[in-house]
Design a protein around this ligand. Structure first.
Ligand SMILES: CC(C)(C)c1nc(N2CCN(c3ncccn3)CC2)c2cc(C(N)=O)c(N)nc2n1
Length: 333
């Protein structure tokens, strides 16, 4: 109903409901990293409340989401950090044919068929881990690739991530923090018992658990991690991506053992077929396979575009679950 057609009583009722809903959505989004409505739905509700409160100021309250400092964008209070080396994105393809095109372009650019390192694409969230003389001194989320959030205290509670490397290296490594599926199921059971909304998927649960202000909460969430990259590969002493992963393991960093060096496209598609089928048997969520030129000097030759490397591509699986049900938006009468 248009705002002008509403009676005062109807407006009061709709304003109260919108204030409640938007406050809850704000908490889900900013504190739980687990929004239950799409952004555009949130924005539509928010705009409606602004119109209603403007037309019926007697129902405006200081706690209304429209009155929050800086609108609804109450950011989490984690400290911001800037990544000295920006964390790149990944280009992605959605079919073997597109992957073959990428292989052809890469082979052409190099002038020969190079080896690729294949890695399962863990469905978690990317972090940077800074070690100084072998000690973990800072951990941060990827954020937008340049500005992330400091999650050092939270990451120190993750058993898979060593506080100290087996060698006193000063190096930044990058990886994915994830929540094992078993931990995810246990956490959601607990949340149902407590009357809290369950997390939609392990990735949201990992993000919500990592970006906690209180590390004691993170500790209880049983997160894990896989390391897959460093820009400092001279410090690491590696000349290939597969070699880098072996060095990470030697340092005590967690790596995924499903990584494989392959060069013939036909083997790549069988690796992809295998893990498309095995997906449900893994204890962590994956959303594809990352194919990387294995030789690090060739990666440098190929370089990066503004945002993505030319030497790596993500092959994305089709979404696992059926299309999520589209919830009708019922405007209150
Ligand atoms: C070092 C490069 C850039 C090649 C790279 N980048 C990755 N990602 C970038 C985009 N990322 C991202 N995240 C959020 C928003 C946009 N991009 C998330 C990580 C990789 C992620 C995984 C994984 N998940 O298992 C992996 N085995 N290797 C990666 N390698």
């Amino acid at each position: 109903k248009a705002v002008s057609e509403l009676t005062t009583a109807q407006a009061q009722q709709e304003i109260a409901k919108l204030q409640d809903d938007l406050t809850r959505y704000g908490v889900e989004y900013y504190e739980d990293d687990n929004p239950s409505v799409e952004d555009h739905v949130y924005d539509a509700f928010y705009a409606r409340l602004v119109d209603l409160e403007a037309a019926f100021p007697q129902f405006m309250t200081p706690e209304s989401p429209t009155q929050r400092v800086g609108g609804t964008n109450v950011k989490s209070e984690l400290t911001k950090i800037t990544h000295p080396v920006p964390m790149l994105s990944l280009g992605d393809v959605f079919s073997l044919e597109e992957l073959q095109d990428w292989d052809a372009r890469t082979t052409k650019a190099l002038g020969f068929q190079s080896d690729y390192n294949l890695e399962l694409k863990i469905d978690g969230l990317a972090v940077a881990l800074d070690y100084e003389n072998g000690e973990l001194v800072q951990a941060s989320t990827r954020g937008n690739g340049t500005i992330g959030e400091d999650v050092t205290a939270n990451v120190k509670t993750i058993q898979a991530i060593p506080q100290r490397l087996s060698e006193p290296l000063t190096i930044e490594v990058r990886g994915e923090i994830y929540m094992p599926k078993k931990s995810f199921a246990k956490l959601n059971q607990q949340r149902e018992l407590e009357g809290l909304a369950p997390f939609a998927n392990p990735r949201n649960a990992a993000a919500g658990s990592l970006r906690q202000l209180d590390a004691k909460v993170t500790k209880k969430r049983e997160l894990s991690a896989f390391v897959y990259y460093t820009a400092d590969f001279e410090t690491l002493g590696a000349e290939t991506q597969s070699g880098a992963l072996q060095r990470f393991a030697a340092l005590g960093l967690p790596t995924n053992t499903t990584n494989q060096v392959i060069s013939v496209m036909s083997y790549i598609s069988s690796y992809i077929t295998h893990y498309t089928q095995q997906r449900d048997t893994l204890d962590y969520g994956i959303d594809g396979v990352v194919v990387k030129v294995n030789a690090l000097d060739l990666q440098l030759d190929l370089g990066n575009t503004v945002k993505i490397p030319r030497w790596a591509i993500a092959y994305k699986f089709p979404p696992e679950e059926a299309l999520t049900t589209v919830r009708d938006i019922e405007w209150t009468v």
